[in-house]
Write a protein that binds this ligand. Structure first.
Ligand code: NAG
Ligand code: NAG
Ligand code: NAG
Length: 240
């Protein structure tokens, strides 16, 4: 169980880590997901400019004007009409323990700049395994949100609004000018797209002392095996 060896090393401290593990600095993440008050995507579907379905993945894949990724969040009825915010969290490489990403931008030393575009699909619609670039779910009423010059080490609040009546809230991430490929992961530092229940989040504003460091891999366990086997380095998305 390579997976848990790595996790235990992170808890015990740097001296316990095998020499080949990267430096891990999760003491100051760009953003801390509020325990019990957020949603991670239950379905991640990369698409490209074709009628070919890529299907679901643990990885988001973005390339200039071609690959994009749709994230489906399931908002439970108990959260109906609460205030939701969407965050994109983008740690530096050295702030990640269990994830990694490729971010080319224009190949500057800061791995950027990059323009990231976020748009919400019509509430209650979303991607399926069969979704392609030609069969994207309809867009919602809100305008596209553009983050210019996105840089690792930051978290971006993309949107705020009603959580809706309960059902699928779906977002698309794309870029006109940059490449991004990452494993969506809630382990600190969290990387990816999240829906946060804002009222509760404010009540539980996390400090470093309450970092969610005891999170286990849960449904990500299968991915960990593939990941530690070098899947990301090989540049191939891993299908669930
Ligand atoms: C889109 O993705 C499919 C499946 O991975 C691939 O076969 C196809 O070549 C891609 N098309 C483009 C235009 O990138
Ligand atoms: C690369 O990034 C720099 C710094 O933000 C920017 O000034 C420049 O226009 C970018 N170049 C390209 C080709 O996008
Ligand atoms: C990006 O920069 C690195 C380091 O300077 C260089 O080795 C690499 O070839 C560059 N890649 C591209 C696509 O320009």
């Amino acid at each position: 169980m390579k997976t848990f060896t790595i996790f235990a090393a992170a808890v015990l401290g740097v001296t316990a880590m095998p020499a080949d593990l990267k430096t891990q600095d999760t003491s100051a993440c760009p953003y801390y997901l509020p325990e019990g008050s957020y949603e991670f995507p239950h379905l991640i579907v990369p698409i490209n400019n074709s009628g070919v379905a890529i299907g679901h993945s643990y990885f988001a894949d973005v390339s200039p004007g071609d690959c994009a990724t749709i994230f489906n969040f399931d908002i439970p009825p108990s959260r109906a009409n609460q205030q939701c915010s969407v965050y994109f969290t983008f740690p530096r490489h050295d702030q990640l323990v269990t994830s990694d990403y490729k971010w080319n931008g224009n190949n500057t030393s800061t791995e950027g700049p990059g323009t990231l575009e976020f748009v919400q699909h019509a509430y209650g619609t979303g991607a399926t395994d069969a979704t392609t670039g030609n069969t994207q779910p309809p867009l919602g009423a809100d305008a596209l949100v553009t983050v210019s010059n996105a840089q690792p080490g930051n978290a971006y609040k993309v949107w705020s609004g009603s959580c809706g009546g309960g059902g699928v809230m779906s977002w698309k991430l794309s870029s006109p000018d940059s490449y991004l490929y990452y494993f969506q992961d809630w382990n600190p530092c969290a990387i990816g797209l999240w829906v946060v229940y804002e009222t509760a989040a404010l009540a539980q504003a996390p400090t470093c002392g309450s970092c969610p460091s005891t999170k286990q891999f849960a449904s990500h366990a299968a991915w960990m095996e593939a990941y530690t086997g070098g899947a990301l380095a090989a540049g191939a998305g891993v299908q669930m």
